[in-house]
Design a binder for this molecule. Structure first.
Ligand SMILES: *[C@@H]1O[C@H](CO)[C@@H](O)[C@H](O)[C@H]1NC(C)=O
Length: 502
């Protein structure tokens, strides 16, 4: 009797638990009441035109983000009086353990640079969010945005950097041993900045912001890097100022009052306005000759969109740069890819054999679903142990659906081996930039579509694995003729045999 009752209740408990997880992950993406109120007020200002309303809402978001950032910083300081660099052993506080540690939003970024003319935001350490992301310990993601006609001050970094130009037109200058190389870059360009290389850039466009997404691999402190500004003053602070004046006087053969004057002048911060003339001369570079395929061993940028897409149909396009194709990505063992998922469509499900994928949403909205064996402990394992001998004991992993809303600026992680699907909203294409680390020898295994893994099993293996006739297994796994990109779940209907039709 009691066993019967328990059995009847189990599905309900599971249902409630999964509802809870779904709600919790959605709550992560819903709006804060204060932010909502602020935006509401913007929309009800009669004297505002549409543009002013948008500007007003943008300010609400900006204010909200700053507030969240401040709060997080304060919490962090309160928790343990230690700096981030002292905590790189992969510890994290309990409150960071959330239902979805794979999803990062605005508030998980911190500004390293913030001036009138632009920002450089860095995503918190992956391993700080959750122990499940320890494998990404030594990778950081940052996003730089600069207004039209601006100069981003020279600096070098104790990290290897690969950058992707997500928006706008810039000129990036690298200072090598005794030479200087400048490259005009545009949307889709990928470029390597070797660790320690002095680099500066401009936004040479008259109207559009420059947006650059970076992945950094620190070379000294695991998971931690710094910018070093030589040319600067008070802000950005020049590291020359750390030396005693005796040393500087001797090294630069200059009197101290002149040195004090020079290194005391800059106070505009690391992103500043430049004049039309300055921009013109800084961007007057001859077009870099090695942009044409193949790129050989050039050190300049290459454009991802000039490659043929590796997957392409009406439901989406995937562009990929592999370490075998691009020497600059080789020693970093990195794939850079870009998925443009057509509105109402989806990518996957599939999984990566070795690579872990860090995805940055550049445009559009949608959501992702992923199967995780790591987050399931609370729910479905409770029937293990105990129990009557007639109950078949289930030993082995249980999978939790991890899902998250996607919109511009959101970052999400798909670990190696984890099956994932990404869905674009019905209103906009979802455009996602991906950095895949541990790329060498990676294989993408499709779980649906023409080449899915189940189709490759023998008849007998299908029968045994599914405990069903092979023909039934095949009926299902051979239904989808498209590859990688498929029509999404929105509005799709099924006939009585389970086949999808438009
Ligand atoms: C993505 O696809 C849309 C629609 O096909 C297109 O307008 C847009 O330019 C594409 N984006 C990129 C970066 O290719």
């Amino acid at each position: 009797m009691t066993i019967m009752a328990l059995k009847a209740k189990a599905p309900l408990v599971i249902l409630l638990l999964s509802l809870f997880v779904i709600c919790a992950s959605l709550a992560l993406a819903t709006q804060d009441p204060e932010l909502k109120q602020c935006k509401h007020q913007c929309r009800h200002q009669r004297q505002f035109d549409e543009q002013q309303q948008e500007e007003c809402e943008r300010r609400c978001e900006e204010y909200h983000r700053e507030k969240k950032e401040r709060e997080r910083a304060e919490r962090r300081r309160g928790q343990e009086g230690s700096s981030e660099s002292e905590r790189y052993e992969g510890e994290e506080s309990e409150e960071e353990e959330e239902t979805n540690p794979y999803l990062f939003e605005d508030e998980h970024f911190e500004s390293r640079v913030r001036t009138e003319e632009g920002t450089d935001k860095i995503l918190e350490k992956f391993s700080r969010r959750s122990k499940l992301l320890r494998g990404l310990e030594n990778y950081r993601v940052a996003i730089l945005e600069a207004n039209p006609h601006t100069f981003v001050a020279p600096a070098h970094f104790d990290a290897e950097i690969v950058l992707f130009v997500a928006k706008g037109r810039g000129t990036i200058t690298l200072v090598r041993e005794e030479k200087r190389e400048s490259f005009n870059v545009e949307h889709g360009d990928i470029m390597r900045v070797p660790a320690g290389t002095p680099v500066y850039m401009i936004n040479r466009d008259n109207n559009e912001k420059l947006c650059v997404v970076k992945i950094l691999q620190p070379v000294f402190l695991p998971g931690h890097f710094e910018a070093f500004h030589g040319a600067g003053g008070e802000d950005p602070e020049s590291f020359y100022r750390a030396f005693s004046l005796e040393i500087l006087e001797a090294a630069l053969r200059t009197r101290r009052d002149e040195l004090e004057r020079l290194f005391g002048k800059q106070r505009q911060g690391a992103i500043m306005k430049a004049s039309k003339e300055q921009i013109r001369s800084l961007s007057e570079q001859e077009e870099f000759p090695a942009r044409i395929w193949p790129f050989g061993d050039s050190s300049g940028p290459f454009n991802l969109f000039r490659r043929r897409p590796s997957q392409s149909n009406q439901f989406g396009r995937l562009y990929e740069a592999h370490p075998n194709d691009f020497k600059q990505l080789q020693d970093l063992d990195l794939i850079v890819s870009f998925a443009n998922i057509t509105k109402g469509s989806m990518a996957g499900p599939y999984y990566n054999s070795r690579a872990t994928k860090i995805s940055v949403v550049l445009d559009g909205e949608g959501y992702f679903e992923m199967a995780s064996p790591h987050l399931s402990s609370a729910g479905s394992r409770r029937h293990r142990g105990g129990g009557g001998f007639s109950e078949r004991r289930k030993v082995g992993p249980t999978y939790q659906k991890v899902s998250g809303r996607l919109r511009r600026g959101v970052v999400f992680v798909t670990p190696a081996g984890h099956p994932v699907a990404v869905v674009a909203s019905r209103h906009n294409n979802l455009q996602v930039l991906c950095f895949e680390v541990n790329a060498q020898g990676n294989i993408r295994f499709p779980l649906a579509g023409k080449r899915n893994i189940v189709n490759d099993f023998e008849k007998e293996a299908k029968e045994l694995a599914f405990n069903s006739p092979a023909r039934e297994v095949e009926r299902i796994f051979r239904n989808q003729d498209e590859e990688f990109f498929f029509p999404g779940p929105n509005g799709q209907r099924h006939d009585e045999r389970g086949r999808a039709f438009e």
